[in-house]
Ligand binder design. Structure first.
Ligand code: SF4
Length: 196
């Protein structure tokens, strides 16, 4: 994993990039950037591990369907001032990959906010696009299926089969090649293993 190469390539693509050794420092940085805002969260074990819902709720109105399930929460998050998501994989070439089943998370990284934060542990960094795609499919998606108790082929052997199962959770893949027009996008990299 070449952190410096990743950072340089993300910046060349127009992303703002910050790096912290620990999740605690990263959470403090993010909290220092957001006050008096509406904030939307995507489903993310990384955001959960950093305790960001609780921290940001002190000074903002935060919408997260993991805390308040339902369509109203998803709608409010979709058009919040600021949106936070993690990534399934980040390539050293600076591409950010996410697979989604419902679409709320990937859609919100594409449109509707003043600023988006992509928060990722360095375990998400992969050498190139092919390995990043493999990570998103064969690691992140497989673990997410396990988390939801899905009876999909990947739960038999731990590999993605691009299945046609009715329980499939992989319905879309997004690759951010740069920040979307009109939305500042900051990639917060953390020197810890975080998320799936
Ligand atoms: S496409 Fe199917 S087999 Fe592949 S990770 Fe998603 S649910 Fe599992």
């Amino acid at each position: 994993m070449d952190l410096e190469k990743t950072r340089q390539n993300l910046e060349l693509r127009g992303f703002k990039v910050s790096f912290f050794d620990t999740g605690k420092e990263a959470a403090a940085h993010i909290a220092s950037q957001i006050s008096g805002c509406t904030v939307g969260f995507g489903g993310s074990k990384t955001l959960e591990a950093l305790g960001l819902f609780e921290t940001l709720s002190e000074n903002n109105t935060v919408y997260w369907h993991w805390k308040a399930p339902g369509k109203e929460t998803l709608k409010a998050a979709a058009f919040a001032d600021v949106y936070l998501s993690s990534a399934n994989a980040v390539s050293e070439d600076g591409e950010i990959l996410n697979i989604d089943g419902t679409g709320n998370r990937v859609a919100a990284t594409l449109y509707g906010h003043r600023k988006v934060f992509i928060v990722a542990g360095t375990n998400k960094i992969c050498p190139d696009f092919a390995s990043a795609l493999s990570r998103a499919r064969n690691t992140a998606a497989v673990k997410n299926c396990a988390r939801f108790g899905k009876k999909t082929p990947c739960q038999v052997d731990g590999r993605c089969h691009d299945c046609r199962s009715p329980e499939r959770i992989c319905h879309a893949l997004t690759v951010l090649w740069g920040p979307m027009g009109g939305m500042e996008t900051e990639v917060v990299l953390i020197g810890e293993d975080l998320g799936m």
